[in-house]
Design a protein around this ligand. Structure first.
Ligand SMILES: Cc1cc2nc3c(=O)[nH]c(=O)nc-3n(C[C@H](O)[C@H](O)[C@H](O)COP(=O)(O)O)c2cc1C
Length: 334
């Protein structure tokens, strides 16, 4: 590995740059904050692996959301490298015999990345998942939505904002999906573990969850164990717009790309001052996917629902904790 800082004189980013980017990559959202990724730099190339020890056996038995989470981390990393002058040539799922090996990244200098990349990189540390009721998204326009779609489409992902008429259907599916899981002890146990009993650097901390009273004002959202009684944003009933990421095929390469598109849209929305919340309890069930598919204009498989709105001004929640970098990133040649 080289030690110089300058991308113009070195073939790979130096150690300091790698560490700085990895710190941003792990800020990516992940299902239940499981952070199911591992990164390895071999001296020339950076490898991303999905961590099979971080499986959600009940909620995510096939690893759909684990792979989507890793895709989000991949996009976070590529965005942060680009902002530091590094183009990342990425081969996804390079070895069919090793399905957990999700990506290999080669580097080359990129002195003039597009301005949008820099804005999205700056948004990484400001992004939070917001489960409270939101105001309608400020500055929402056809042009803004087209911009979001343009970020998703290069990944071969459809991104559709649902009309108001679809909202009651989606709210009903959301409720059904929660009801279907109500007596599923394995699912409930898993949810409890990741939201209450887990050690601080992983799982969803209580201050990121919502109370019953708050949740009752959000019609499309996963029912997590409720936080203690509170009535934040008491005057709001959720007016977030609802969008869906969907894919032509339902397989790991598409899941990885979904995560990349999700990251791009989340960062762009954050850069525009908007609040976001991915919602997947619906799409993790076949019946939920089938129903959401009927709301879309294409024959595609829904992967993630996203709420996008505006949070009242002046609110600032601390970032959700992450595992120490040493647990997920190593420098090793093979
Ligand atoms: C694939 C995926 C699925 C998710 N599903 C949900 C969900 O159903 N409900 C929810 O409130 N948050 C969901 N999230 C958000 C995560 O819980 C969140 O990213 C994680 O707790 C870390 O918090 P942060 O996003 O604020 O950094 C999901 C995120 C990803 C990437």
């Amino acid at each position: 590995m080289t030690t110089s800082d300058s991308p113009t004189t070195t073939a790979v980013p130096d150690h300091r740059t790698l560490l700085a980017v990895m710190r941003l990559a792990v800020r990516a959202p992940s299902v239940h904050n499981t952070q199911p990724w591992r990164w390895r730099f071999d001296g020339a190339r950076l490898h991303l692996y999905s961590d099979p020890d971080r499986v959600l056996a009940a909620a995510d038995p096939h690893g759909r959301q684990r792979t989507i989470s890793c895709g989000a981390a991949l996009h976070h990393a590529r965005t942060a490298f680009a902002a530091r002058g590094w183009h990342t040539d990425t081969v996804r799922l390079p070895d069919p015999a090793q399905p957990d090996h999700l990506a290999v990244i080669d580097f080359r200098p990129w002195p003039d990345p597009p301005p949008g990349v820099l804005t999205r990189a700056e948004a990484i540390e400001r992004r939070r998942t917001d489960r409270l009721p939101m105001l309608a998204p400020r500055g929402w326009s056809g042009e803004f939505v087209s911009g979001l779609r343009r970020l998703a489409n290069p990944h071969d992902i459809e991104f559709d904002v649902l009309g108001d008429d679809a909202r009651p259907r989606l709210a009903a599916v959301s409720e059904h999906a929660d009801a279907a899981r109500h007596d599923d002890m394995m699912y409930q146990h898993e949810l409890q573990w990741w939201t209450g009993n887990s050690e601080p650097p992983e799982g969803i901390p209580t201050d990121a969850l919502v109370s019953h009273a708050e949740q009752s004002r959000v019609d499309v959202g996963r029912a997590f164990p409720a936080a203690q009684h509170s009535a934040r944003r008491a005057d709001l009933t959720d007016a977030a717009r609802l969008a869906v990421f969907s894919t032509e095929e339902d397989a790991p390469p598409r899941w990885l790309r979904t995560g990349e598109a999700l990251s791009a849209v989340l960062l762009e929305a954050t850069a525009a001052g908007l609040a976001t919340c991915p919602v997947t309890h619906i799409t993790e069930l076949p019946a939920g996917r089938r129903t959401v598919a009927t709301l879309l204009p294409h024959e595609t498989v829904p992967q993630v629902v996203l709420r996008i709105g505006t949070a009242p001004e002046g609110e600032q929640r601390p970032p959700t904790p992450r595992r120490p970098l040493a647990e997920v990133f190593e420098v090793r040649s093979s």
